[in-house]
Design a protein around this ligand. Structure first.
Ligand SMILES: *Cc1c(COP(=O)(O)O)cnc(C)c1O
Length: 239
């Protein structure tokens, strides 16, 4: 895998997406690939852009601030990692979609930042489906109330839901998490009347399963850019 170019890896991912869509009887045009470029340099982003990718994901505001100015200017950037309230202004400025809104206070801060910048801000609510695993994300029972309140915020446009299941050794164990997010989405749409058209789930090792379970966005890093140099820090960057 290490001898492959980024363009070759992207080609393989496109084939995997097409195969998963064929199995799930879905139109590949309904599945959107985000290249998660965290820890990788602008030249890798440029290479992926030359291979036709337009949407890139970062998990840290600081890294994105340093990187985006050195990348091609026509790309769309998404925040896929946890967002701290003191960085909301930068995030609202840089990102076209924030995947990780996980509290009403954060959504209110996003609304204020959107107001200051005169910008409608697209967000996904991050859901902690299992109540275990990742420490971020709303618990299922808090979601309808947050959805109703966030829907009243004039600058916030809720597009859907995101989840990050706990890491599993066995691939098959992830499917119930993805399926549950889709079922919760259907239920909460009915309950609140807030449309939630976009799901964000699936990464390098499990995106086919997410496609089969109805995802809109897949967030793929390693399978495009190769292994990251160091492990992700478990705690956030400011501590
Ligand atoms: C790093 C990251 C990804 C991509 O993970 P890979 O396993 O490298 O594909 C996806 N989503 C989030 C939130 C991430 O932090």
């Amino acid at each position: 895998m290490n001898d492959e170019t980024i363009a070759e890896r992207i080609e393989k991912i496109r084939e995997r997406i097409a195969a998963a869509c064929a199995r799930a009887k879905r139109d590949p045009a309904d599945v959107h690939l985000i290249a998660v470029s965290k820890t990788h340099p602008p030249k890798s982003v440029a290479e992926a852009a030359r291979a036709g990718l337009m949407v890139f994901g970062e998990n840290k505001v600081q890294e994105a601030r340093a990187k985006i100015p050195d990348c091609p200017g026509n790309l769309s950037w998404h925040l896929v990692g946890h967002l701290q309230r003191n960085k909301v202004g930068f995030a609202v400025e840089m990102f076209d979609l924030i995947h990780s809104a996980d509290s009403l206070r954060l959504l209110q801060a996003i609304d204020r930042a959107g107001d200051e910048l005169g910008k409608q801000v697209k967000v996904l609510l991050e859901i902690n489906v299992s109540g275990e695993g990742t420490k971020f994300g709303l618990k299922s029972d808090e979601v309808p109330e947050v959805l109703r309140a966030a829907n009243e915020l004039p600058r916030v446009e809720i597009r859907g839901l995101m989840t990050m299941p706990p890491p599993f050794d066995e691939l098959g164990k992830v499917r119930p998490f993805f399926r549950q997010l889709r079922e919760l989405r259907d239920r909460w749409q009915d309950e609140t009347g807030v449309p939630l058209p976009e799901l964000s789930m699936g990464m390098s090792h499990d995106f086919e399963i997410a496609i089969e379970e109805g995802t809109h966005w897949i967030r793929v890093g390693t399978a495009i850019f190769g292994e990251r140099a160091k492990k992700e820090p478990v705690i956030n960057e400011d501590i």
